[in-house]
Design a protein around this ligand. Sequence first.
Ligand code: F6R
Length: 653
Amino acid sequence: MSKSITRLFSFPMVSILTKKDASSTMLERLRLSIVKDKIEACRYAASELAALIRQKQQRNEMAVLGLATGESPVEVYRELIRLHHEDGLSFKNVITFNLDEYYPMQKNSALSYHHFMRNHLFDHIDIPEESINIPDGELPIEKVEDFCRYYEEKIDACGGLDVQLLGIGRTGHIGFNEPGSHRESVTRLVKLHPITIMDATREFLREDLVPRRAITMGIKSISKARKVFLLAWGEKKAPIVREAVEGPVSEDIPATFLQNHENVEVLADEDAASDLTRVRTPWVVSVVNWTDSLAKSAVIWLSQKLSIPILKLTEEDYRKNGLNDLLAYAGDALKLNVKIFDALQHTITGWPGGKPGTDDTDRPERASPARKRVIIFSPHPDDDVISMGGTYLKLVEQGHDVHVAYQTSGNIAVADDDVIRFVEFARDMNAVVANTSNAANEKYGEILEYSKTNKTDLMDTHLMRTAKGLIRKGEATAAARYVGTPGDHIHFLNMPFYETGMVKKGVIGDGDLDLLKNLLEMVKPHQVFAAGDLRDPHGTHKICFDAIVAALKQLKGESWIEECWLWMYRGAWHEWPLDEIEMAIPLSPSDLQKKRKAIFKHQSQKDTPLFPGNDPREFWQRTEDRNHETARMYDKLGFTEYEAMEAFVRYKF
Ligand code: F6R
């Protein structure tokens, strides 16, 4: 989902194609362009590299490129390959130095950066083998130091890097220079940060299989490049992009060292740029053209900044905080306060499916039909109750016809010992009920054997994955039943894109879309709830959401679809900003208690889930804290004090 769809206002957009326009605000200490289209931005970066290579060719010189791996530069490489094949771009005069490699790491491993670079670039262009340089993860430890020195000297001997391509890690790392890296650091062995290790499980399946160390070029090595491109895509990069660009130079966020470089260009898509001040609170850094939605954001911001409820904000409060123009736009403070207060008040409702028989002009949902057909889509088997359990309970209690659809099996997130426990149960139960334990016994032996092996394979066996999927299915069924959903309204879609057996998922295909379309056509819902949480570190939520939107678009034209509203909730990781919330459902202490019980049905995800993210709290604690916080924020703005709230934004097609 593009942020532009949900944001209530538009923000300064810079065309990457007119570089001199790339504005930096007072707060931005790196030149940053917000791009609408990541592919176009990558083409632009590739065209800059191509121009350099051609220029050097004409002068009979070598172009020295510093390259990165990871998701960020992939489209740049794709474009370079296209230019090679279709535009005759030759790489014969190119020398490359990659930023880093895991340590230890075999070059021929599918997980090595050597493999990554061959796969994404080198095997498809005419670069001479001897011109490729990538840190060597195969070296014995005693040889690493010498190698690092040699790597550094070789870059210098080649005349230094003409251009360095960078991604940015969620820790703020560039290369693998994690927090605590020195500005004078050069190529060396480093220890990876736990968040980086977690992010790397995308490729490695299990966290314990991710190497703990890496060889990386240092901050100084990177800073010597004559030009640096930093690429950032997706909402999960938003907080770190803000810190890198607006924060003070500090070892805590190594990317901030780039602020000392003279020629850095940051390309960020709208999602990655969404936390920047010029996007979040543009009135702080520039003159804005006021709109009602911008005014709403500014009033909330002012109220929060001064800790003064909206209705108590004075003209002076506005004036003293740079919002004089807003007063001119709105007429006067009192009128503005009341208007925004009312707009926010109208987001609050205890009737997520609409309040039957009332005037719904100022309500977030329609009053009729009184009994709505609803589908709650849950990307993983527990997102429904974690993220909108209170609302789910209310929809059922208020008599709506609620279906729940689990999009994926979630089978990678179950520990082996849970499987053993369940298979033991199946074996023993089988012996009691059917008086035979042979088949179950056999499988039990197989599973036990498998769990004892020192697994280096990246994927569980099919049997193991099936068992794990069944465990999650049982838990989801128990939770949905607890909420009050009839068995024939609980759907397990097992979307094929998820079934790679690895953290990294496949792409959405017709098979996935057909599953969604069939269910949608069967239910013909008035309301669809879906996870619009784009900071989910594995990206499954985004794929699931995009698939729902694609399915609904394909069904356009059906009579019921005009009446079908899509509400987005957020996952365990992050809540909607207050100014974007369009429906807020208050929860009482007992609502919250019931929600917690539903979440507890997901026993395999309790205590120490396999993929907890970088947050030590359990999922139920995170969501309760978040729901309390939303209620607290409304309270501070001057609204009724509720125990907790779940929040939703309506997707506009
Ligand atoms: C890769 C590297 C890292 C990545 C960063 C972002 O060679 O050094 O700094 O650039 O972790 O990774 P992605 O692009 O996968 O988000």
